[in-house]
Design a protein around this ligand. Structure first.
Ligand code: ADP
Length: 508
């Protein structure tokens, strides 16, 4: 037992001795100072104090508690302690103390004055608790919280930035945008919408789209499409409407609509995008009209030139005028090219206006292949056209139009394989269909162009300067094959030749 306890008188002091034993055994550090002596010397400390601080009883008796500060004096807790001691008051603080080995500990310290009968403070009892772990956990928590707050702040800023970014895109976009809820009420529209339809946002926001502006949007087909967007997640694209709009007149619009999905949020909203294609369509129409009129107008003088040329050619033959004959031959070839171009352009116009009419007849497919191959073979000395497979079957189709397709494909095969020698025409008879494949060993076609070469006036970039052409042969051919309810496609790699194939039904 501690010396201090031994020194306590025995008789009549049992209770005190019991309390003293309890203090000694406590897990909390207990220290007692003598307030009647100068500089508040320590007169007692228990075992727990020794193990918390690392100092032994002997080392600290008589010292002021400030040695635990180890020079770390600028602490608010310490100021409060001094104040309490000076005023003889109770006080509780959390301060940094230092163990004998120099390690910092957080000390939860409570000091209480002990007073004599006259109320004079004789001692201070200090109870201390090492709360370093708790403090560290608290600090870690605080710093984690701070981190989290910073991250939330950053994220919020990011979100605000992307929201502003998105808003600026939506506002600058040259397309009208409308957000609808599931009841087709307008939740918002962008600036372009207001400017284009000449309405104020307030006039439309909150209203059912179909009721807006005397029902200008109340078109049965559009209504049907829109109400089906959400229930079945049925987006639509490229829906054209032509309508008379109150403030802006007749317009041709193309509409796209889809469900808005933002990581599962806003699932019950529809984004409707409206593009005005009135002007674009008019320009396209004018272009089509020009091509159609120009090619028509060229046809008549060309027929006259051709007729007269043939007449002159015959005369030159009769007179055996070799000098003129070769000139006439070159002119005839040029006229044939011009004639083909004009007829192709006329075909394009016909296709555009849906006026291509096929003339079906029954014929032997082999005859078509032979005639087409011979026709192209006659124009080339560099390439050999080789027929393979079997094609001896009666088909019902448009002989003239299919010949046009074959001539296009064969001429292309020769044109785009300048160093090639052979073009293979393979025909096979399938159940209900005949298939023709034309294989060349020429420049080939990049994958990205496989679909586009069938578009009007499209020519692959890298070849357009090297080879003459206008990019309508495949477009016309494709339309002819489609009219026959067949398909035309290409398989090719750049630099490795191309295989163009088509199928058509044997019977109409
Ligand atoms: P044109 O030959 O007058 O350009 P086409 O419509 O017949 O028009 O062909 C469109 C484009 O397809 C061509 O410009 C060319 O890029 C590509 N093409 C067609 N046939 C071949 C082929 N056999 N080999 C490589 N490219 C081809």
């Amino acid at each position: 037992m501690d010396d201090f306890l031994k020194r306590l008188p025995n008789t009549g002091q049992t209770d005190i001795r019991l309390f003293a034993a309890a203090v000694s055994a406590s897990n909390h550090g207990v220290v007692i100072t003598d307030h009647t002596q100068p500089d508040e010397p320590i007169i007692y400390c228990n075992k727990a104090f020794e193990s918390i601080t690392g100092y032994t009883n002997k080392e600290i008796i008589g010292h002021n508690c400030r040695f635990l500060q180890d020079g770390d004096n600028e602490q608010e807790g310490r100021r409060r302690l001094r104040e309490a001691i000076k005023n003889g008051e109770h006080c509780q603080v959390e301060i940094r103390n230092y163990k004998k080995n120099g390690r910092m500990i957080w000390n939860e310290l409570m000091i209480s004055p002990v007073k004599d009968r006259d109320g004079n403070v004789t001692n201070f009892i200090g109870i201390q608790n090492d709360i370093t772990r708790r403090k560290e956990a608290e600090d870690a928590l605080a710093s984690e919280k701070q981190n989290l707050e910073e991250r939330v702040l950053e994220r919020t800023e990011d979100l605000q930035e992307s929201e502003a970014y998105l808003a600026s895109i939506i506002e600058t976009i040259r397309e009208s945008l409308v957000v609808l809820d599931e009841k087709m009420r307008v939740l918002s529209v962008n600036d372009h919408f207001c400017r284009f339809f000449k309405v104020a946002e307030n006039d439309i926001r909150g209203r059912v789209l179909f009721e807006h502006n005397d029902g200008q949007w109340n078109l049965p087909e559009l209504r049907n499409l829109l109400i089906n967007v959400l229930p079945n997640n049925n987006p639509f694209e490229g829906f054209e409407i032509e309508n008379e709009f109150p403030n802006i007149g007749r317009k041709l619009l193309v509409l796209n609509a889809r469900q808005v999905t933002l990581k599962g949020k806003y699932q019950n909203r529809i984004l409707l995008a409206i593009e005005d294609i009135t002007e674009q369509r008019e320009i396209e129409q004018r272009k089509e009209d020009f091509i159609s009129i120009a090619s028509h107008e060229m046809k008549t003088p060309l027929t006259s030139i051709k007729g007269n040329l043939q007449l002159l050619q015959r005369k030159a033959q009769q007179n055996n005028d070799t000098q003129y004959l070769s000139g006439f031959e070159t002119a005839s070839k040029s006229i044939a090219r011009l004639e083909k171009l004009i007829y192709d352009l006329l075909d394009v116009s016909k296709i555009q206006s849906g006026k291509v009419e096929l003339i079906f007849s029954k014929f032997n497919f082999q005859q078509l292949i032979i005639e087409s191959v011979n026709g192209v073979q006659a124009t080339t000395q560099t390439h050999k056209l080789v027929m393979k497979g079997s094609s001896d079957i009666e088909v019902t189709a448009d002989f003239g139009r299919l010949e046009q397709v074959l001539l296009n494909l064969l001429n292309n095969a020769v044109k785009y394989s300048p160093t090639g020698k052979e073009v293979i025409v393979h025909t096979c008879i399938l159940p209900e269909y005949v298939k023709v494949s034309i294989t060349d060993t020429g420049v080939g076609i990049h994958e990205r162009d496989h679909k586009r070469i069938f578009e009007r006036f499209y020519r692959a970039d890298q070849i357009s300067e090297k080879f003459p052409g206008v990019g309508i042969g495949l477009y016309v051919s494709n339309e002819i094959i489609k009219e026959h309810r067949g398909t035309l496609w290409v398989e090719s790699q750049e630099g490795k030749g191309a295989v163009f194939s088509f199928t058509i039904p044997i019977n109409r």
